[in-house]
Write a protein that binds this ligand. Structure first.
Ligand code: ACO
Length: 421
């Protein structure tokens, strides 16, 4: 195979090198395109655009493969904890026993936030969406921890990473406790990272709390499954904000806003709302299947389809199994589950969905588990953000370490040409 691509334009031929990844993905390196030809590429939604080289996550949407740093998502969900995976994503290797002990110790030491953050939280109306609150609180962390971080200093970077890994679960739990009207609490540092998240979220002031193994196991899996997903909308946001040399916390706060949308992380909330609406409307799934296929109807089947998975989302496979286990162990019978199962079966056998390779995605099932665990619907995307945090950190760090240029796409202007007033 030639390692050059030729482009002919206005009787001139230009050559561009090919670039090949370690999993044999091939791209055309067009860095010199505009300088050589005066042309730019036009690719709304960046469906064909590689924005960076990355060695964090590999996914093959056609084959349904997802790997973090070379380890399959199936293996990690089976054998690792969320904190192992966080370490792997951020530092590149699974931690040794000693490295993990130190990481946990440092996180425990930093598991506290400034008391004044409580007044910021208090000033939000109770009905405020938790994603907006979380994004604001994360941004506010900058004001309380204003020291600048030298990305070339391993010590500085480690401190910033530990700080975020330690404080973010507190912010998440506080947004949850605000929704639930519970007093704000702090970490129990004798617990593991995930047990502590459960403790901070669910502990009621008048009762003892021990997270059940079902809860801890389900949370571990959910967080691992969401921990990274290469250059998706929120991760690209984190990288592009960071590319202006904005700090880690500011970039993550922007990523949270990007994740909020119903076409991205907000889909897990949208799935449950859709299932409830179908139930309230008599439970006729066929009617909603028809709506989803009707081009004159804006309705889409939430939790179906994915920008890159044109085969079953491997995360959906794992999470579907986990959802079945949780519901069985907690002996939950949820009427909207039957609607979910009917929709899934109908869509998997429907020519419209088959032709467009629309399969259930991770969000189709994650909401069902969160609901079974007693997490309010508007908190679902916050749980996604909690899982995605190490991925955002790892991607931000990689972008800065690679000294990537500021992200600044071009456009094809199609507005008015010069005119007089
Ligand atoms: N229901 C009905 N039709 C759909 C759906 C759906 N959920 N998703 C895609 N289609 C159709 C489109 O109408 C289009 O049909 P056409 O070719 O006849 O015009 C075709 O499938 C391709 O759809 P696109 O929108 O071009 O696909 P894209 O890759 O841009 O979008 C997306 C992917 C945004 C995820 C889309 O499938 C969607 O809106 N799904 C529902 C929301 C959702 O579940 N999002 C979560 C994604 S996972 C995550 O972020 C963690």
């Amino acid at each position: 195979m030639s390692d050059l691509v030729k482009l002919t334009y206005q009787d001139q031929t230009f050559e561009f090198p090919l670039i090949e990844g370690s999993e044999n993905e091939v791209g055309i390196d067009i860095k010199t395109l505009r300088a050589k030809t005066g042309l730019i590429t036009f690719d709304p939604g960046y469906k064909n655009t590689g924005s960076c080289k990355s060695s964090i996550t590999f996914l093959d949407g056609e084959e349904g493969i997802l790997r973090y740093r070379g380890y399959s998502i199936e293996d990690l969900c089976e054998k690792a904890s969320f904190i192992d995976v966080a370490f792997l994503l951020i530092f590149g290797e699974l931690p040794t026993k000693k490295e993990l002990e130190l990481f946990n110790k440092e996180i425990r030491q930093d598991s506290i936030v400034d008391e004044d953050l409580k007044s910021i939280l208090k000033s939000f109306p109770k009905a405020a969406h938790p994603m907006g609150v979380l994004s604001s609180l994360t941004s506010a962390l900058i004001a309380f921890n204003p020291n600048s971080v030298d990305v070339d200093s391993d010590q500085d970077m480690r401190e910033a990473i530990i700080m975020l890994m330690a404080k973010f679960p507190i912010l998440v739990s506080w947004t949850h406790r605000k929704v639930k009207g519970l007093p704000l609490n702090y970490a129990n540092t004798s617990l593991s990272y995930v047990e502590n998240i459960a403790h901070m979220m669910f502990k009621r002031p008048h009762q003892d709390f021990t997270a059940s193994p079902v809860l801890v196991n389900a949370l571990n899996k959910l967080l691992i499954l969401h921990a990274d997903h290469e250059q998706n909308c929120s991760t690209s946001t984190v990288r592009i904000v960071g590319s202006s040399h904005a700090g880690l916390f500011a970039s993550v706060s922007a990523g949270i806003s990007a994740l909020w949308g119903p076409l991205h992380g907000g889909a897990n909330q949208a799935v449950i709302e859709m299932l409830e609406a179908i139930k309230a409307d008599g439970g006729d799934t066929k009617k909603y299947m028809a709506k989803a296929k009707d081009k004159n109807d804006p309705f889409r089947l939430m939790g179906f389809g994915h920008r890159v998975y044109k085969n079953f989302d491997p995360r959906a496979r794992i999470i579907k199994k986990a959802a079945d286990e949780v519901l069985q162990e907690l002996e939950i019978t949820d009427p909207i589950l039957q609607i979910a199962k009917d929709l899934e079966q109908e869509a998997l056998n429907d020519q419209y969905f088959i032709d467009r390779k629309l399969y259930p995605n991770v969000d189709f099932y994650s909401g069902i588990i969160y609901r079974a665990l007693g997490i309010p619907t508007e908190m679902f995307t916050v749980m996604f953000a909690l899982g995605r945090l190490p991925g955002w950190i790892a991607q931000w760090l990689e972008m800065r370490k690679n000294n990537e240029p500021i992200g600044r796409p071009r456009q094809i202007y199609d507005g008015k040409t010069l005119r007089n007033i």
